[in-house]
Ligand binder design. Structure first.
Ligand code: GLY
Ligand code: MN
Ligand code: MN
Length: 445
């Protein structure tokens, strides 16, 4: 992301905050994996959105109208010995020169400096309840400002969560953000195609996962956006299955939900395909229902439609399909009202997508589903999961779990599917798995 992008974001936030205010935005703390081993550091999305600063132990402070500069960054100082052990640091100079801070101070000095910056401000923009330790320190900074009351210093009276404004900003993606998401989507789609091509009975689920992660990394996406779900057969009926440690059986389907992260932005794709390359009649029948539901839901992604439109479209097609296959009995209207489909379709049709895979942004405004707007990106991911032993359901459907998930960008004229690079039609999947070059799918409107 270019530095100008971060400048624009900070300016918008500064404008929104208004005079006599201060915003305090921390980087996420590092997390221990075991003993002295830490998880790979992934900075907090809000902090990264505003700063692009990639290091832990950093706090960004925004102060509208501050004469010496409105953007102050507290961060680690350069330290040759620590850098020899743990890696390079930007240091105070780097914070200013490379990351656009107006002023940078050592994070170790924050207790001495920050209370002074809070003096005589009316409002503090700070998201309480996310970082416990920092919440405690915030209270001590506030006490320190209050203790100066007799010398005429005024302490802030209002604490406001940053979340609402910042998350509304993050919900509408800029052109640069869409570019990053397209790259994550492209690499992820290729990884799914690779999995289809390499899949065969007898492999382990984790071997397919390894191929996917290999493709992510080999193409500049150092991390998956979330742990990959690679579930053969009835494992596909476990929504968040990540054990990925079972053998892939001839005759079963494989459900893969995997997406790469590129420059901090996620892709989120699910495909379901036959391990041996050919759908059985029952698998195909159920698959066609999910695919029709997904296509109907994608068609409903239009500016002016509300958030729940795609879900309603999917539920309608799924319910009718389940009736046709004899899995549900009754009339569509009544079954939809009773939510009879929930036994086989227990999640919603999508979520916002962005820096976080389940991205920020409200789904309802004033109690009503919000309208879709250009720049929003959402997933469309209906599924059907017929658990083994499902009572009253013909055995031929047992253990079939299917989900099809694409990432869809709302545009001014309709939508753009970012993840169309990986096939999802029965014939296209079978052709790819048989080594035949797939025909290109028609582009969505
Ligand atoms: N991969 C998580 C989801 O599809 O929501
Ligand atoms: Mn998803
Ligand atoms: Mn997913």
């Amino acid at each position: 992301m270019k530095s100008q992008e971060f400048v624009k974001r900070r300016q918008r936030l500064l404008q929104h905050m208004g005079a006599d205010s201060i915003a305090i935005v921390p980087a996420a703390p590092q997390q221990t994996r075991n003993r002295d081993v830490e998880h790979v550091y992934r900075p907090d999305s809000d902090f990264t959105y505003l700063t692009g600063f990639p290091e832990p132990e950093a706090i960004a402070v925004l102060i509208p109208g501050r004469k010496q500069g409105e953007y102050v960054l507290f961060c680690r100082e350069r330290d040759p010995e620590m850098e020899t052990w743990h890696g390079r640091r930007a240091g105070l100079e780097g914070a200013v020169e490379r990351f656009g801070a107006d002023d940078a101070f050592p994070i170790a000095d924050i207790d001495d400096i920050l209370p002074g910056l809070m003096e005589n401000k009316e409002r503090v923009f700070y998201s309480m309840g996310t970082h416990h330790d920092l919440d405690q320190r915030m209270i001590s900074w506030l006490k320190s400002v209050r203790s100066k009351a007799r010398s005429g210093v005024h302490a802030p009276g209002e604490f406001i969560s940053l979340d609402h404004f910042l998350h509304e900003m993050r919900l509408i993606k800029s052109a640069a953000e869409i570019q990053a998401m397209k790259k994550a989507a492209k690499v992820s789609a290729e990884a799914h195609s690779r999995a289809m091509q390499l899949c065969k009975p007898g492999l382990m689920e984790y071997q397919i996962e390894a191929e996917i992660v290999h493709h992510f990394m080999n193409n500049g996406c150092r991390h998956a956006a979330y742990p990959s779900i690679v579930g053969g057969g009835e494992n596909g009926c476990i929504l968040h299955y990540i054990d990925n440690d079972m053998e892939l059986n001839d005759g079963d389907l494989l459900l893969i939900d995997a997406g790469a992260e590129y420059d901090g932005y996620a892709a989120d794709i699910t495909r379901t395909f036959p391990i041996n390359g050919r759908f059985s009649p029952a698998q195909k029948a159920l698959y066609e229902v999910v695919l029709a539901a997904q296509e109907a839901a994608i068609a409903a992604v239009q500016p002016g439609n509300h958030w729940n439109h795609p879900h309603e479209a999917a539920v309608k097609v799924l319910t009718k399909g389940l009736i046709k296959l004899g899995i549900l009995k009754g009339t569509p209207g009544k079954l939809i009202k009773e939510e009879a489909y929930r036994r086989f379709y227990m999640h919603r049709t999508g979520h916002w997508l962005g820096m976080d895979v389940h991205d920020v942004g409200d789904y309802k405004l004033d109690g009503e589903w919000r309208l879709l707007e250009p720049g929003m990106v959402l997933t469309v991911e209906p599924g059907l999961y017929i658990a083994p032993g499902s009572k009253g359901v013909d055995k031929k459907w047992w253990g079939i779990g299917i989900r099809i998930e694409d990432d869809v960008h709302v545009t001014r004229s309709g939508h753009e599917v970012l993840t169309s690079g990986v096939p999802k039609g029965v014939a296209e999947i079978e052709a790819l798995m048989a080594g035949v070059q797939p025909k290109r799918r028609r582009k969505a409107a």
